[in-house]
Design a protein around this ligand. Structure first.
Ligand SMILES: Cc1ncc(COP(=O)(O)O)c(C=O)c1O
Length: 401
């Protein structure tokens, strides 16, 4: 009989994904009968955003009409070709279906890419605050995430001087998340070109996460794919947000690397893709259909989100102890909070969950160095629900002033 406890690896126990960490106190609060406001996850389908019917029909048909067997490890060719067209229509760029890799969500792509790029001790520049999976997977592979500051006072624009100052001879890549999770910032073409120039100067590849590229209001989106060819780039995108199919787990990346400087990384990724066999095959068929049918639902989605973003901006700034920038894209706002009665933003968020049922994510979960004294909220709930939640937040904050 086995007597000895089996130890988990240090790297697995070191994983912390703040966005779902808060579900533990939230479940306890719900069990006590509190009405919950789960504002922690950027999942449009939990609110009044529906997967368009024709995507669902494409999935049903794929199940009926295909052999439901395994697919290509790189992704179904017809989906990769649809992605080539999509990227041409959106960004005016020419890529080849051979440059595209289909993954189980962007999450898998981040994991596989970091797995292919990082040797212990390698550094990757990441936005601070930024989407936590980057930092988590860089650490998992024993690399070092090095944050560069997003400047709150300047509409969360990237601090390119800090980016430059933090480059070392171990810097393996620079990550850009645009539109940004958690700040709601959309970067200007000028800022992105400056990042491109810096990357070219130091010969560092760029990784650009553009999963929110069509969720933009009050700003103009510029894709890093449109830079000239001096810097090798990997662009990540997916179907969870713009295409309203988060549970179907489909994402992709493509390489823009004329000189083939990243060929070995691609090889390393491909070896991992073969080992995990393939992304969900019927859902790839639905993802293809979602790119090729009518796109008017996106206009409707952005109209609703803009109204909610405007309300969030106005209402949060009325609450004592809270201030926020205007969200220009993605699904989030990242307000600053005065920590009067709490040591950390995590204490604040957990106290708020326990006392009121309002579930946000602590800012330090998006960057220890530059995320503290903040929390992330979402723009997704209907107006009535947002109003109710922020009334509760105001009452809570007034009690603690
Ligand atoms: C910037 C960013 N990248 C990637 C992801 C993961 O997306 P997926 O559902 O495609 O794994 C998210 C999810 O919130 C995100 O915000």
């Amino acid at each position: 009989m086995l007597q000895k406890k089996i130890r988990a690896s240090r790297r697995s126990l070191g994983m912390n994904y703040a966005i779902r960490e808060v579900t533990v106190p939230a479940a306890a609060a719900a069990a006590r009968g509190l009405k919950m406001y789960n504002f922690n996850i950027g999942d449009p389908n939990k609110w009044d955003f529906e997967t368009p019917e024709y995507f669902k029909e494409a999935l049903r048909q794929a199940v009926d009409n295909t052999d439901n067997g395994y697919g290509d490890s790189q992704g179904n060719l017809n989906l990769r070709e649809a992605i080539v067209d999509r990227e041409f229509q959106k960004n005016g760029i020419h890529i080849d279906s051979g440059d595209v890799y289909v993954t189980s969500g962007v999450s898998e792509c981040i994991n596989v890419m970091m797995g292919a790029m990082i040797e212990p001790g390698d550094e990757v520049l990441v936005p601070g605050p930024g989407y936590p999976s980057y930092e988590q997977y860089i650490r998992f592979y024993e690399g070092m995430p090095v944050p560069y500051r997003m400047i709150e006072e300047e509409d969360w624009k990237p601090d390119i001087d800090m980016m430059r100052n933090r480059i070392t001879n171990r810097t393996k890549a620079i990550v850009v998340i645009n539109p940004n999770n958690p700040t709601g910032a959309v970067y200007s073409e000028k800022e992105l070109r400056a990042i491109g120039d810096l990357a070219a100067e130091y010969d560092i590849p760029l990784i650009s996460d553009e999963i929110y590229d069509k969720i933009v209001f009050d700003a103009k989106f510029f894709s890093l794919s449109r830079l000239s060819s001096d810097v090798p780039r990997v662009i990540l995108n997916g179907f969870s947000k713009v295409n309203l199919m988060p549970g179907w787990r489909e994402g992709y990346c493509y390489f823009m690397d004329e000189k083939g400087l990243m060929d070995e990384v691609r090889q390393g990724m491909m070896k991992q893709f073969r080992a995990r066999i393939c992304a969900n095959v019927p859902c790839q068929e639905a993802a293809r259909a979602s790119l090729q049918g009518p796109q008017d639902y996106v206009v409707d989605m952005n109209r609703k989100l803009k109204e909610r973003a405007d309300f969030t901006y106005r209402r949060l700034n009325e609450i004592p102890g809270i201030s926020t920038n205007r969200s220009r894209g993605a699904l989030y706002s990242f307000p600053r909070v005065e920590l009067t009665d709490w040591k950390t933003d995590k204490d604040f968020v957990f106290d708020l969950i326990n006392q009121t049922g309002l579930v946000f994510v602590h800012g330090s979960g998006f960057c220890q160095e530059f995320g503290q004294s903040h929390f992330r909220t979402i723009l997704l709930p209907p107006m009535k629900m947002l109003a109710e939640a922020y009334d509760i937040l105001e009452k809570f904050m007034r009690k603690h002033q």
